[in-house]
Design a protein around this ligand. Structure first.
Ligand SMILES: [Zn+2]
Length: 603
C-alpha cells in the first residue's frame, strides 16, 4: 500500500466520521455528556470498519462507484434525525437519534464491500451475471433510498416528520382510501412524485453498475466478501439490527406491535368488565374531581418533604406536610420494580406481585373510575407508542380523553404543559384525571425550563443539581395542579407518587441495584369536601401512613380513595382499610424476587 493511498483512506475515514458526528451533534438535542462520548466512539469504529474493504482492496476512494455509495449512505442515515430535529426542536427538550447515522456508515461499508466482491467475481461468473448482482444491490439501494425520499416528501407536503400517528393512519388505510388519497393531489404533483421515484430507481441501478476501473487486491476481495456476509445480520436481520432500530423502521415496528397489543387488550376488555361491579359509597353530591399524578424516577431521599436534605427540593410538598389535617405522607412506599413498564402495569391494574394476574386480564383503575361514573382523562408528557410506553398507553386509551404533549402542536414537552389540558375539563362533571409526568427522567437537565433552575448554572450538566432542580420543578407543577383543581374543578383529593426511584450520580441498570432505586415519595392531598364525606377512608389512610407499601398495590389505593365497593377489590391490599395485611416482612419488590425486609437502611 503506497503512502499516498494510506493518507487518502485515513482522510476519507476522518471525513465520514466528522460529517456523521457533526450531524449527530447538530440535529439532536439535550444530549448527555456520556451519550456524546459513546456515539463518538461508535461512529469512529463504524467509519474505520467501513473504510477497511476499500483500503485493503486498494480501490481509490474517489472512484465514482464509491462516491455514489457514500452520498447514498449519508442521505439514508441523516434523513430521519435531520427532519425530526427540524420539526421538533422547538417543543422537544431532548431527542437522540443515534442509530440512523451509524446505520448510514455501515450501509456505506456494506454496499462498497459487496461491489468490490462482485466485481472480483466478474471474470468467473461473466458480465451478465455480474450485472444481475449489481442490479440486485441497486434494488436494495433503491428500497432504502425510497424510505428517505418518502420522509422528505412528507416533510415538504406536511411540514412534519413521519410519526407514529401517520404510520398508524397509513396502516389502517384500505385500498380505496389510498386511491382517494392519491387522487387528492394535483396531477402535476403526482407526475413529480412518479418522476422522482423513476429517477431514484434508475439512479440506484446505474449507480451500482458503475464500473470500478482498478482491480481489487486478493486480500481486499477476501476481506470484502467476509465483510459483506458477516455484517448482514448486524445491519439488516432481526429486531436488534441497525436497520430495525432506525427512526422510521423503529416507529413502524412499534406501531405494528402496539396495534396487536391494543387489539388483544380491547378483546380482553369485554371479559374483564363482564362481571365487574363498582358501587360508590358516601359520594359527594356536587361534581368533584380526583387527580392521580404519576411521577417519574424520583427517589424519596432527594425530596425535602420526605427526607432531611440540604436543598429544599419540594417547598410545596413540605408546606403540605405541615398541614396534617389534609395531607398524608406515606413513610415507607416502595416501587415494585425498578423499571417503568413492569411497575406501571401493576400500578394501573389489579395485577400485583401476589395474584399473578395477567396484565390484559386485569381490571384497571380507569375501568373502576369509569364504572363508578367518572369522566376519565389521561394527560401525558411521556411517549405514546414505543416499547417503554405500550402497556401504559393501552390503559390510557381506555379513558374518555387521552392526550400526549408530544402529539400536540406547539406544546413544549415540559411537565408544566400538562396544566394547560386542565382548562378543557368540564367542572360540572365528576372527573378522574391522571397526569403522567416526565418528572426526573434522565437527562435531568432537560426536564425543566432553564428559568426554573434553582441550583447550579442554567444549561450546565451537573447531574446531582439538575436532579434536584427537576424535583423542584415537579413540586411546582403539583402545586399548580392542586390549586387549579381546587379552584376550578371541585377537587376532592390528589394522589402523587413516583413509578420508581433514581440515584442521580449512579447509572441505572435494568437489574435490581439496591433499594435506593425503589424508595419512592407518595403523598395524598385531601380537601375538606373529601374528608367530610369519606372520613373513615381518610382516617384509615392516616392510621396506615407508616405501614410498608409497594406500588403494585396502588390499584387498591385508588379503589379505597374513590371509596367504592367492587367485585374486583381486595381489601387486604388496601391501605385505605383496616383489613390491609402487608408488612415489611411479607412485601416483595424487584418483580417479586426481593423482600422489602432486606432493605437494611429503612427500618
Ligand atoms: Zn420510570
Amino acid at each position: 500500500m503506497s503512502g499516498i493511498r494510506i493518507t487518502e483512506y485515513i482522510v476519507a475515514t476522518i471525513i465520514i466520521f466528522a460529517a456523521n458526528y457533526a450531524i449527530y451533534l447538530l440535529f439532536n438535542k439535550g444530549l448527555a455528556r456520556n451519550a456524546k462520548k459513546l456515539q463518538m466512539r461508535r461512529y469512529l469504529i463504524a467509519s474505520i470498519l467501513s473504510m477497511l474493504p476499500l483500503a485493503l482492496s486498494q480501490i481509490p476512494v474517489t472512484s465514482a462507484a464509491m462516491l455514489f455509495n457514500a452520498v447514498l449512505a449519508i442521505f439514508c442515515g441523516a434523513t430521519f434525525p435531520v427532519i425530526y430535529h427540524i420539526c421538533n426542536h422547538k417543543n422537544s427538550p431532548d431527542h437522540d437519534h443515534r442509530i440512523d447515522l451509524a446505520y448510514g456508515i455501515y450501509l456505506f461499508g456494506w454496499l462498497t464491500s459487496l461491489r468490490i466482491f462482485i466485481s472480483a467475481l466478474e471474470p468467473i461468473i461473466g458480465n451478465i451475471a455480474a450485472t444481475v448482482f449489481y442490479s440486485l444491490t441497486g434494488l436494495v439501494a433503491f428500497a432504502v433510498t425510497m424510505l428517505a425520499i418518502v420522509q422528505w416528501g412528507h416533510f415538504f407536503i406536511y411540514h412534519s416528520c413521519v410519526d407514529a400517528a401517520g404510520i398508524q393512519a397509513a396502516q389502517d388505510t384500505d385500498r380505496n382510501e389510498a386511491n382517494e388519497f392519491i387522487k387528492s393531489f394535483p396531477t402535476y404533483t403526482i407526475a413529480l412524485i412518479l418522476f422522482v421515484i423513476l429517477i431514484a430507481f434508475a439512479g440506484c441501478i446505474a449507480g451500482e453498475n458503475i464500473t470500478i476501473s482498478n482491480r481489487p487486491t486478493i486480500v481486499g476481495i477476501i476481506a470484502s466478501g467476509i465483510w459483506a456476509i458477516s455484517m448482514c445480520k448486524y445491519i439488516w436481520i432481526g429486531k436488534r439490527s441497525l436497520f430495525s432500530r432506525t427512526g422510521l423502521v423503529r416507529t413502524y415496528i412499534d406501531v405494528k406491535e402496539y396495534s396487536q397489543q391494543s387489539k388483544l387488550y380491547i378483546d380482553e376488555m369485554k371479559t374483564r368488565l363482564a362481571h365487574l361491579t363498582v358501587t360508590p359509597k358516601n359520594q359527594e353530591e356536587k361534581p368533584h374531581t380526583y387527580i392521580m399524578v404519576i411521577g417519574e424516577s424520583v427517589s424519596k431521599e432527594y425530596v425535602s418533604a420526605f427526607s432531611d436534605i440540604e436543598h429544599n427540593s419540594s417547598p410545596w410538598l413540605k408546606e403540605c406536610k405541615a398541614d396534617e389535617a389534609h395531607n398524608i405522607f406515606f413513610a415507607h412506599a416502595y416501587s415494585c420494580a425498578n423499571q417503568t413498564v413492569p411497575t406501571l402495569e401493576r400500578v394501573l391494574t389489579e395485577r400485583n406481585l401476589y395474584n399473578n394476574k395477567k396484565f390484559h386480564e386485569s381490571v384497571s383503575i380507569i375501568d373502576i373510575a369509569r364504572k363508578a361514573g367518572y369522566t376519565t382523562h389521561w394527560y401525558s408528557n411521556q411517549g405514546c407508542i414505543g416499547v417503554a410506553d405500550t402497556s401504559v398507553t393501552l390503559v390510557a386509551k381506555t379513558c374518555d380523553v387521552a392526550k400526549w404533549t408530544e402529539q400536540e402542536v406547539n406544546k413544549v414537552q415540559y411537565d408544566g404543559s400538562l396544566l394547560d389540558f386542565l382548562d378543557e375539563i368540564d367542572p360540572t362533571k365528576n372527573n378522574f384525571i391522571v397526569l403522567h409526568l416526565m418528572g426526573s427522567h434522565f437527562n435531568f437537565i432537560n426536564r425543566y425550563p432553564k428559568e426554573a433552575t434553582q441550583w447550579g448554572e442554567p444549561g450546565i450538566q451537573d447531574n446531582m443539581l439538575n436532579y434536584l432542580n427537576s424535583i423542584h420543578y415537579t413540586d411546582s407543577v403539583l402545586k399548580k395542579a392542586y390549586e387549579y383543581a381546587k379552584e376550578r374543578l371541585n377537587l376532592s383529593a390528589m394522589l402523587y407518587f413516583s413509578d420508581h426511584g433514581c440515584i442521580p450520580d449512579k447509572r441505572r441498570v435494568p437489574q435490581f441495584d439496591g433499594f435506593d432505586f425503589l424508595r419512592i415519595p407518595m403523598s395524598l392531598h385531601c380537601t375538606d369536601n373529601y374528608i367530610s364525606h369519606h372520613r373513615e377512608r381518610f382516617n384509615t389512610f392516616k392510621a396506615n401512613k407508616n405501614l410498608y407499601f409497594t406500588n403494585d398495590l396502588m390499584y387498591e389505593v385508588i379503589c379505597g380513595l374513590l371509596d367504592v365497593e367492587s367485585s374486583n377489590f381486595n381489601l387486604e391490599n388496601s391501605l385505605a382499610h383496616k383489613e390491609y395485611v402487608h408488612t415489611r416482612d411479607t412485601l416483595l419488590t424487584n418483580n417479586g424476587q426481593t423482600r422489602i425486609n432486606e432493605d437494611m437502611a429503612e427500618r
